[in-house]
Design a protein. Structure first.
Length: 310
């Protein structure tokens, strides 16, 4: 609802920066809470907070706030992050903020969870919210635990479980794939046909805005994904189409790709590329979410963008 005040956490991150500008464009008044400030934006009140893993007094930040979008947290990492650290940042801090929001009379609390609260990095079956959650690592368990804590509160909440998000400023795996697509060389990845769900940042922003609306059914979790999953080969082809080039993909046999990945010390990366993870956004679509971006077109625009900076 235009004119309402939103407390947004995590506004300096890839997703948070996009949400900040999207919510402003929709007419919300923004207060941000983070470890660092974004560049000065007219009308946005920025408040510095400490490490989410330490106690924070949320009460002053919630004064006059109607809605909370909690996108801050400890991101998934392949390195050794202690489970207690994930729990402190992603679970305990979420609960503390939600409890303070409940006391403050906040109308809606939107939590950015993750598909990893529901599944590991690959799945041989399409996922939906009716499936029993089965996270496979500390990150996923911490996100699921936060959702479970929200379920015990007297608060209208929505938890969004986004799949891999892409857009300007994206990092990690999608940035690496984009770098590959931009190489003026044939790529030996034409045989990678397993489908994976992706999520355009515009579609995630629309899901957050929908979750803040009175229309969205509350007190539940939703998978958020573009409606059309793509294979890695299709992703690369779409990106290269945005560059005005053909796919340039060679179908090298899986065994040779797996061997090359092992020799390069990247077997886990190959497993993610070669296997699928399809997650259905059917529940959110049925509730009324209308994603504005089509996947192949959004990937083409991303590849054609003059910079990856968010």
């Amino acid at each position: 609802m235009s004119g309402e005040r939103v407390l947004l956490t995590g506004s300096s991150g890839f997703v948070g920066r996009h949400l900040l500008h999207d919510l402003i464009a929709r007419g919300y008044r923004l207060r941000t809470a983070g470890r660092s400030a974004v560049s000065a934006i007219s009308g946005v009140e920025q408040v510095a907070i400490g490490d989410l893993g330490t106690p924070i007094d949320w009460r002053p930040l919630l004064n006059g706030v109607d809605l909370v979008v909690h996108s801050a947290g400890l991101a998934h990492a392949d390195g050794e992050v202690p489970e207690e650290r994930y729990r402190a940042v992603n679970t305990d801090a979420t609960l503390a903020l939600a409890l303070a929001a409940q006391v403050a009379g906040v109308r809606r609390f939107v939590f950015l969870s993750s598909i990893r609260a529901q599944s590991g990095p690959i799945s041989d079956q399409p996922l939906n919210e009716a499936d029993p959650p089965a996270p496979t690592d500390a990150y996923g368990r911490s996100k699921l635990a936060a959702e479970e804590e929200l379920a015990g509160l007297d608060l209208d909440w929505v938890a969004l479980r986004p799949v891999l998000v892409y857009g300007l400023g994206v990092k990690a795996n999608m940035a690496a794939l984009l770098k590959l697509a931009r190489l003026p060389l044939p790529l030996p990845l034409g045989a990678l046909s397993a489908k994976r769900s992706l999520l355009a940042i515009e579609n995630l922003a629309e899901a957050v805005a929908f979750s803040l609306s009175e229309t969205c059914p509350v007190r539940r979790s939703y998978i958020v994904a573009d409606p059309e999953p793509l294979s890695v080969a299709e992703m690369l082809a779409a990106m290269r189409a945005g560059l005005g080039r053909g796919p340039g993909l060679i179908p090298v046999p899986f065994l040779l790709l797996a061997l090359a990945a092992r020799l390069a010390g990247r077997p886990a990366a190959y497993e993610r590329l070669a296997n699928g993870l399809v997650a259905s956004p059917g529940a959110l679509l049925s509730a009324g979410w209308q994603p504005p971006a089509e996947t192949k077109a959004a990937l083409a625009r991303l590849a054609a963008s003059p910079t990856d900076a968010g």
